[in-house]
Design a protein around this ligand. Structure first.
Ligand SMILES: [Zn+2]
Length: 236
């Protein structure tokens, strides 16, 4: 049940890759739900294919760019604070190496090593790469693997776009008579897959995650369809 311990046994690389994969699945999920809500809402008001395509495409671009910008800002901020912490650590190592060695040994001791072993481990880690040892043990970051904000932004842009394409194509490709059922069915099916995958990647129970995800998506489409139909009926 506790799969993360298994991942940790292989070091951080696999865990990091799983986090990226999970973020991609969640980004795609966002693209599916928000674009599905948008196009189903517009379909409640009009049967015009050009209008549906315009609305869906605008929603896709607005959503993917807003996700990318948000990700860029948040990862940049995180990176700034990690770099500031590293700079401070570097200065402390230069100005008070003895106190820093003591600190490292204490942290290792708190993590379960005996005082002698902790001291010896701290000495060896410091001899090899003091900054890296402090970054990993004290700050929990790897100075060589800080997340690149541009990579993160592109990844969210792509993930959202892939997800958004599904409801967009489902609403504009089929004949007018079946476009709503086709869209609703394919969106709900896709939400089963994304809900299941993100739960598996996060080592959570899939059944509940799938249920929440499908209900959330169905609500989004139901609410926007009702709003679109009301506006359409009112001749707005
Ligand atoms: Zn330190």
């Amino acid at each position: 049940m506790m799969e993360p311990t298994h991942d940790e046994a292989h070091g951080g690389a696999l865990g990091a890759r799983l986090n990226w994969l999970r973020a991609a699945v969640l980004g795609a999920n966002d693209g599916i739900v928000s674009t599905a809500g948008l196009v189903v809402g517009v379909a409640g008001a009009t049967t015009d294919r050009g209008t549906l395509l315009t609305a869906g495409l605008a929603g896709l671009l607005a959503g993917s760019m807003s996700m990318a910008a948000g990700e860029y800002v948040s990862v940049s901020t995180q990176r700034d604070s990690e770099q500031a912490a590293l700079a401070l650590e570097r200065r402390e190592l230069r100005e008070q190496p003895e106190a820093e060695l003591e600190e490292l040994a204490e942290i290792l001791e708190q993590r379960g090593l005996s005082p002698d072993v902790a001291r010896e481990a701290a000495v060896q880690l410091t001899a090899r790469d003091a900054l890296r040892a402090h970054a990993r043990v004290e700050l929990g970051i790897d100075p060589d693997e800080l997340t690149n904000p541009w990579h993160a932004a592109w990844a969210s842009f792509l993930a959202f776009t892939v997800g958004a394409l599904l409801p967009l194509l489902a609403i504009v490709l089929p004949p007018a008579g079946v476009r709503l059922p086709v869209t609703v069915a394919s969106v709900l099916a896709a939400l089963v897959i994304t809900g299941w995958s993100s739960a598996r990647l996060g080592a959570a129970k899939p059944a509940r995650a799938v249920g929440r995800n499908v209900v959330g998506g169905a609500l989004a489409m139901g609410v926007t369809y009702a709003a679109g139909a009301l506006l359409g009926a009112a001749g707005v």
